[in-house]
Design a protein around this ligand. Structure first.
Ligand code: ADP
Length: 436
């Protein structure tokens, strides 16, 4: 028990003793005692009343003056109020700082609720998305921004990758948008202006395309001279090996240059591939013959091709992608292995698969295979004579067709490259399976 409480009990005791003494001298002890208790009770009730008023209505911080235990109680409440006021002030300061810093951010931020209504946005978001910071709060974002790529992204649930799109309000502005879900079904939309990056990327692609184009003619000339020199018997005697090597290297450079040109073309092509019917069965027969004439890999290719299944796309791009996959399978599979090409429907999609029983690829390399010039193993790459651009071309062709490339592989057991095309890219003729 604290000193204050002992004091309080002492006060009550004294009051009762005084009442007792007065009652003893004057008479009616009981009456005096009950008067004393009533006074004591009245004092407590009046303090309770003052406390309740003070807590409820008082905006001021002066403590009502009293004495005894109530002095302590008022002081304790006063300390509580002070601490509360300080906490509130710190929170307000923090909120103000967050608001000021997010407002000053060059990236746009929009807070969306469960149904996609705007709850808050910063000025950059207003500027980038052409929204009015005050008026548009409370509106559904999809009603204000009806971009065909953005709406499915926002309404979907896969937010692991940001999307890039050309701003619907200005042709020269490119935006990267990403959504971060948080709290109870709330989402934070982050918008970044990537126009500068886009411009640099365009300059880079243009440079690569121009450089490749310029390299073409000198390479053709060199190749022509080397061909002529290789046919000269006198030169062959002394320079045979270097000439063959130079010839081989010019062939490789020509292949790299034409792959670079193909990649640049695919990269700069903004539109989706056209929806022209492609007879995949026929195309694949041509690729198979070409692959067998390479003189590398197995001597037979197993085909499981649905001849009635047509693809809607750009034939030359499809040829480029499928032939790259088949030629790779031949390059990385020994003669006694096998390569199987499958073209079939799978759950509404159409799937082109090249499976081989070759050397395979360690799992750590698979996510990076479609990068330009990515090599699993430099010596393997040099032996194969590849350009290192084949799978990058395949990836771009797939993107152009709204398709995906799935790679499965196990070292020593073989690889499986599947191109999965969505139903809108598939057209059916009479179903007929070609096997060879
Ligand atoms: P390259 O011209 O070197 O074949 P690609 O882009 O086509 O370039 O392939 C990238 C790398 O992926 C290759 O260097 C090779 O190491 C690996 N690769 C591709 N296809 C296969 C396959 N079927 N089996 C094993 N490794 C493969």
């Amino acid at each position: 028990m604290t000193r204050r409480w002992l004091q309080e009990i002492l006060y009550l005791g004294l009051l009762l003793i005084v009442a007792l003494i007065v009652g003893w001298f004057i008479g009616h002890v009981g009456r005096w005692l009950s008067i004393a208790v009533t006074i004591y009770l009245a004092w407590h009730i009046s303090n309770l009343y003052r406390l309740e008023r003070w807590l409820r209505y008082s905006r001021r911080f002066d403590v009502p003056s009293t004495f005894g235990i109530w002095d302590d109680i008022f002081n304790d409440f006063y300390q509580l109020k002070l601490r509360e006021r300080e906490r509130k002030w710190r929170l307000v300061q923090l909120l103000r700082e967050i608001r000021d810093s997010t407002a000053a951010m060059p990236d746009g931020m929009v807070i969306l609720d469960r149904v996609g209504e705007i709850r808050w946005m910063n000025e950059a978001a207003g500027r980038l998305l052409h929204l009015r910071v005050r008026q548009d709060v409370g509106q559904r974002l999809v009603n204000l921004m009806r971009h065909p790529d953005f709406v499915p992204y926002l309404n979907g649930s896969r937010y692991d990758e940001p999307i890039s799109l050309a701003s619907p309000f200005s042709r020269s502005v490119y935006l990267s948008m990403s959504i971060v879900p948080y709290g109870s079904e709330q989402r934070l939309l982050l918008v970044r202006d990537t126009s500068r990056l886009h411009r640099l990327e365009a300059i880079r692609a243009e440079f690569v395309a121009n450089a490749s184009h310029e390299l073409r003619s000198p390479l053709t000339v060199m190749h022509g001279y080397l061909d002529a020199m290789r046919e000269d018997e006198r030169l062959r005697k002394t320079w045979g090996k270097p000439l063959d090597e130079m010839h081989h290297q010019t062939l490789r450079m020509t292949a790299i240059v034409s792959d670079l040109l193909e990649l640049s073309r695919l990269e700069t092509e903004q539109r989706q591939a056209p929806y022209s019917p492609v007879n995949v069965a026929k195309l694949v027969l041509g690729i198979r013959d070409e692959a067998l004439s390479l003189g590398q890999g197995p001597t037979n290719i197993i085909m499981k091709v649905d001849a009635g299944l047509f693809l809607l796309g750009a034939e030359h791009e499809i040829y480029s992608a499928f032939s790259n996959l088949v030629f790779n399978a031949m390059k990385y599979t020994p003669e006694d292995g096998s390569v199987t090409i499958t073209w079939a429907r799978e759950n509404g999609d159409a799937c082109f698969t090249v499976a081989d029983t070759g050397i395979g690829i360690p799992a750590a390399h698979i996510p990076r295979l479609t990068e330009r010039f990515y090599r699993v193993d430099v010596s393997r790459h040099r032996d194969s004579g590849g350009t290192g651009l084949g799978l990058a071309i395949v990836k771009h062709v797939m993107q152009h067709h709204g398709a995906i490339l799935v790679i499965d592989s196990e070292p020593g057991r073989g690889s499986r490259f599947s191109c999965r095309f969505p139903p809108e890219r598939v057209s059916c003729a009479i179903d007929k399976v070609v096997t060879a």
